[in-house]
Ligand binder design. Structure first.
Ligand SMILES: Cc1ncc(COP(=O)(O)O)c(C=O)c1O
Length: 382
């Protein structure tokens, strides 16, 4: 059968068969448990193990990422931690790039040792020489691309080439790009992970996580989800799948606005540097063009020189919201040194290239003229 387009999959993948009643919208199976049928098996036992509303979002992520199966979780962090402890065992070695979402980094750095899994944290730039970090017991590579907050781009195809015929799982957090802009499994990754709290839901009103990959891996991860308990509430699953239906059109607008805002900021005299993979000045622009269908709505820039300039800019915004998180319809702006990366010491942050005056923008789907006007007036106050 001919593959369907991403917009079509967003809308139609994952339908609940209800027999005589045929609702167009997915029903919310708001139940914790299921009664035993008099004959045969109903297929559902208890919602921590599975629920039809969860499965709608699971089918959508599998279709969008080109995976055999998908799973939903109670948060992006539940998806990440459950996946890592499912696919690696005591005595195995994991390589992770250090440009990661804060709690992912703290999980790896502070908690992973409890499981007996060895860890090497490497600079994203060094993923080019990934073989140098291989040990006999290396069984996993975990990365984000584009990275947070500097939008560095890591070559997934290269990693897949290096791990070919080795028993090493490549796990990619694809939250920033979404499957509309980048499909890591097509590039050779084994498992793709999302914080569904971001673009997939898209309306800043749900905390959720998703994982997609091959059947065998997903079965192991599903079993661990049942044991660790990070399954998604049916109502949240409903909101997640509803958001996913408009993912493709929202991403189109995020891509357009992201590019326009990046170009506007790059030409502004109070801005020192803009990090956006769609800009020709981005060090990995060509690689991003190869791997991505669009460059997304995430970017960061340095305003003037100091933290006080960044704070002044944030306080001067009138329309755009100073808030953490990303991927919603509204533009959200934050200072990584004070929010997503405050868990690092200043020295560690500067070592990663995250300066005090760095500002991260999750460009929303508002009219570009209004976004530009607000950015311009706030920059004028700096
Ligand atoms: C790239 C990335 N991955 C994972 C997470 C964690 O997701 P959640 O907040 O849904 O647990 C976040 C949250 O900000 C994120 O930005």
């Amino acid at each position: 059968m001919k593959k369907r387009g991403k917009s079509t999959e967003s809308v139609h993948a994952g339908k609940i068969e209800c027999g005589r009643v045929a609702p167009v919208s997915s029903p919310i199976f708001q139940t914790s448990t299921y009664y035993y049928p008099k004959e045969g098996s109903a297929g559902y036992v208890y919602t921590r193990l599975g629920n039809p509303t969860q499965e709608v979002a699971e089918d959508k992520i599998a279709a969008l990422e080109g995976a055999q199966e998908g799973l939903v979780f109670s948060s992006g962090m539940a998806a990440i931690t459950t996946t890592i402890v499912s696919l690696l065992d005591k005595g195995d070695h994991l390589i992770a790039t250090e440009d990661l979402y804060g709690n992912t980094y703290t999980f790896l750095r502070n908690e992973l040792k409890r499981t007996g899994i060895e860890l090497s944290l490497i600079k994203s730039e060094n993923a080019k020489h990934i073989e140098r970090y291989f040990r006999k017991n290396t069984r996993g590579i975990f990365l984000e691309t584009p990275t947070n907050p500097l939008l560095k781009v890591i070559d997934i195809k290269h990693l897949a080439g290096a791990t070919h015929k080795k028993n090493i799982k490549i796990m990619v957090d694809n939250t920033f790009a979404t499957p509309i802009n980048q499909r890591p499994l097509e590039l050779g990754a084994d498992v793709v992970i999302h914080s569904g709290s971001k673009y997939l839901n898209g309306h800043s009103d749900v905390i959720a996580g998703l994982v997609a990959g091959k059947k065998g891996d997903m079965e192991i991860i599903e079993e661990m989800r049942t044991t660790l308990g990070g399954s998604l509430d049916p109502h949240a699953a409903f909101l997640l799948q509803r958001g996913m239906m408009t993912l493709a059109v929202r991403m189109q607008r995020h891509n357009e606005n992201g590019s326009k805002v990046a170009e506007f900021l790059e030409g502004h005299k109070k801005v020192n540097r803009v990090n956006y993979p769609g800009l020709k000045s981005h060090p990995s622009h060509e690689l991003a063009e190869e791997m991505m269908d669009g460059f997304g709505g995430m970017l960061s820039f340095e305003v003037k020189e100091r933290r006080k300039d960044a704070n002044k800019f944030l306080k001067s915004l009138k329309l755009l919201l100073a808030a953490p998180s990303l991927g919603g319809v509204e533009t959200l702006i934050s200072i990584p040194a004070e929010t997503s990366h405050s868990y690092l010491s200043r020295k560690e942050r500067l070592g990663q290239g995250i300066k005090d005056n760095l500002i991260r923008v999750s460009v929303g789907i508002e009219d570009f003229v209004d976004i530009k006007k607000d950015l311009n007036q706030a920059l004028a106050k700096v």
